[in-house]
Structure formats: structure tokens, C-alpha cells
Design a protein around this ligand. Structure first.
Ligand SMILES: NC(=O)c1ccc[n+]([C@@H]2O[C@H](COP(=O)([O-])OP(=O)(O)OC[C@H]3O[C@@H](n4cnc5c(N)ncnc54)[C@H](OP(=O)(O)O)[C@@H]3O)[C@@H](O)[C@H]2O)c1
Length: 336
């Protein structure tokens, strides 16, 4: 079954996720959708120093928005900020140094941000990674899970009260079409069982982001949540984490602006805010979250177990001193 899933996914990808896929899809875009001004509104973008995140920051700054860049590397962040300011002519660009893999630090940052700023109109969970070896963060969480899922969960949950009191609040999470090959796996969030396949761990995290978005949308009707696939985009993440794929697809990869287009559309356009909250987008359209006959659907119990585990891990991170090393296996919700 997984062979069938992967083959269907790749063939779909060649047609839709490439630069030519974008060119075909974009013929249906209405340029007036992005004829907006967001002066006075603020947007937080994680991983805003590179690739899709930086292209999103430039586009939002050009529309007058205040940009909060959340980056882990000060030098890279400052260099990117200079470029964003130059390209947009907007000086309302601020840097926050946070490693999204460090769960407690993410929570401390979000708490401090919530106290310091009166509003936040958009949160763009863009930072993502594919770490090829099984490594743990300070809290004992596997690093891909910590960055791609736990960091997104803690940041978003902590900022929800601030988003709720802001105008037209939106949360956009940059997932991946790669998640289509994975079913939510609730019994091994730390990838402790079997062979550690980073590509599949990453795809699992991206599936987790889709499930999280659906659950957030149900629980928080005031905020518009969406999750999206940017297509296959020529960025450092692809050339360093998947060098073979990058070499094979190099001429067909999307530009960062093409990859960021749907993020920007979801963050800024009025049309996007009128779509149903909680959906998965590709090229400005909601698309299915499962391949036909792929057996990737989860039961209500599995989803509940996943959400409970995230909440338990998040509470453990908040309650304990910074040096605390969580034993995640103690926090697993035994749903069966
Ligand atoms: N490119 C694609 O084809 C593609 C396809 C599907 C989904 N995506 C998703 O798109 C998003 C953006 O990636 P990209 O392709 O634009 O790659 P990129 O240019 O390498 O950008 C990734 C960004 O995430 C940041 N980041 C990674 N780990 C972090 C951490 N622990 N704390 C803070 N920031 C961290 C990186 O910071 P540093 O610069 O310091 O490393 C960088 O700013 C990711 O979520 C990725 O999974 C990309």
C-alpha cells in the first residue's frame, strides 16, 4: 500500500508541485485578491530569514504590514532583515531570536511576546526541518518533532489569546504535500520504534500539522486557520536535506515567490478569510488531505490521543525548570 501511495504522490507532484504546475494553476488566480493594504497589522513569521518564509516577509512588508521575524541565527536574521527592508521600503521589521526546536524557549518567547504586544493579526508557522539522525532537544523530544510539531503547537497555543483579541486573526502553517503518504501515528511521536527514516518522520510531522489545524479550527472559531503545501521549491532546505531530489528536480523547482504565493494569499486576501477554517491549500485552493484509497484517515480516538499527548508534553515543558529532561514515554495517552 505504501508503494502505491508513494507512486501516486510522486506522479501528482510532477504534474502539480513543480514550476509548470504553478504556472498552470496561477492562470486562475485573481490578481485583485492581493490588492490590499495591511498597514497597522502585524504578522509573525517563523524561519523568516530564508526561502519561503523570507519571500513571505518581503510580500507582507510590501503591503505595509509589520513583520516579526522569528529566527534562530542572529547573523542570518540581520542580513535577511536588511534585504526585506530594502526590497519593501518598510522599516517595521523586527527580529526575535528563538530556536523553534527548544520547546521551553518557544513557550517563554510566546509568553513574553503576548505581554509586550497589544495585537497580532497573523501567525505564519513556516520554520521547518528534516534532521537525518535521531537527536533530542533539552526536554528529551526528538528534534524534527520538537521543531515541526511541538514548536508550532506551543507557539500557536500560547498566542491564541493575543490573536483572538486582534482584528481578522489568521494562522497559516506551512506543511507539505509529503504528508499525504503518512497516516497520523499516535503511538510513536518520538520516532523511537524501528528504523529512523527522516523523510518519513518529516512527512509524519507535516501530517500532524494538518490534523492540528483541523482541531484548532474547531476549537477557535474567531481565528481563521489554514495549512498549505508550497509545492517543490528551490530552497536551502531542499538542497541540503534532500540533495538527490534537488539534483534530479533542479530545473523544475518553483521559485521562492511561487512557493510563498499561497501563504501570502492566505495571510492577506479577503477571499481567503471567507473560506472554511481548518483546510489544506495548494495554489490558492482547498485540496483533499488524503489520496484516494490511501488508508490515511484517523479515528476520533486517535486524534484525541494525539491532542492529549501534545497538551501533556506542553504542560510538562511549562511546569518544569529549563534544565528538566522530560521522559515523553511517561506522557503518552494510552487510547487503546
Ligand atoms: N522547499 C520545498 O520544496 C518545501 C516543500 C514542502 C514544504 N516546505 C516547508 O516550507 C517551510 C520553509 O522551508 P523552505 O523550503 O523555505 O526552506 P529554508 O529556506 O531552508 O527555510 C527554512 C527556515 O526554517 C528555519 N528553521 C529551521 N529550523 C529552525 C529552528 N529550530 N528554529 C528556528 N528556525 C528554524 C531556517 O533557519 P536557518 O536558516 O537558520 O536554518 C529557515 O529560516 C518548511 O516548513 C518546509 O518544511 C518546503
Amino acid at each position: 500500500m505504501s508503494l502505491y501511495r508513494n507512486a501516486i504522490w510522486f506522479l501528482n507532484g510532477i504534474q502539480q508541485y513543480t514550476r509548470s504546475g504553478y504556472e498552470v494553476a496561477s492562470k486562475e488566480f485573481d490578481p485583485r485578491d492581493l490588492d490590499v493594504s495591511v498597514v497597522g497589522r502585524s504578522f509573525m513569521i517563523t524561519g523568516a530569514n530564508s526561502g519561503i518564509g523570507k519571500a513571505t516577509a518581503v510580500a507582507i512588508a510590501k503591503k505595509g504590514g509589520t513583520v516579526h521575524m522569528v529566527c534562530r541565527n542572529k547573523d542570518k536574521a540581520e542580513e535577511a532583515k536588511e534585504d526585506i527592508v530594502t526590497k519593501s521600503g518598510n522599516t517595521e521589521v523586527y527580529i526575535h531570536i528563538v530556536d523553534m526546536a527548544q520547546s521551553r524557549k518557544v513557550w517563554e518567547f510566546a509568553e513574553a511576546f503576548k505581554k509586550q504586544y497589544p495585537s497580532l493579526n497573523g501567525l505564519i508557522n513556516n520554520a521547518g526541518c528534516m534532521v537525518h539522525k535521531r537527536e533530542l532537544n533539552a526536554e528529551g523530544l526528538e528534534k524534527n518533532f520538537a521543531t515541526n510539531t511541538m514548536g508550532v503547537y506551543i507557539l500557536t497555543q500560547t498566542l491564541i489569546p493575543l490573536l483572538q483579541k486582534s482584528r481578522d486573526p489568521r494562522v497559516i502553517t506551512v506543511s507539505s504535500g509529503g504528508m499525504l503518504v503518512q497516516k497520523l501515528e499516535v503511538d510513536d511521536l518520538q520516532s523511537m520504534k524501528g528504523y529512523f527514516d527522516a523523510v518519513m518522520v518529516y512527512a509524519q510531522n507535516k501530517r500532524q500539522q494538518v490534523v492540528l489545524t483541523e482541531q484548532w479550527a474547531k476549537a477557535n472559531p474567531v481565528i481563521h486557520f489554514s495549512v498549505m503545501h508550497p509545492g517543490w521549491v528551490d530552497t536551502p532546505a531542499v538542497s541540503t536535506s534532500m540533495p538527490q531530489f534537488h539534483r534530479m528536480m533542479e530545473d523544475r523547482l518553483r521559485t521562492v515567490e511561487q512557493g510563498a504565493d499561497t501563504v501570502v494569499w492566505l495571510a492577506l486576501s479577503r477571499v481567503a478569510s471567507r473560506t472554511r477554517s481548518g483546510q489544506f491549500f495548494q495554489d490558492r485552493k482547498p485540496v483533499p488531505t488524503h489520496l484516494p484509497l490511501a488508508w490515511t484517515h484517523s479515528s476520533a480516538e486517535e486524534i484525541q490521543s494525539f491532542m492529549t499527548q501534545l497538551e501533556n508534553l506542553s504542560k510538562a515543558v511549562q511546569l518544569q525548570p529549563a534544565s528538566f529532561h522530560t521522559d515523553p514515554s511517561q506522557l503518552v495517552d494510552k487510547h487503546q
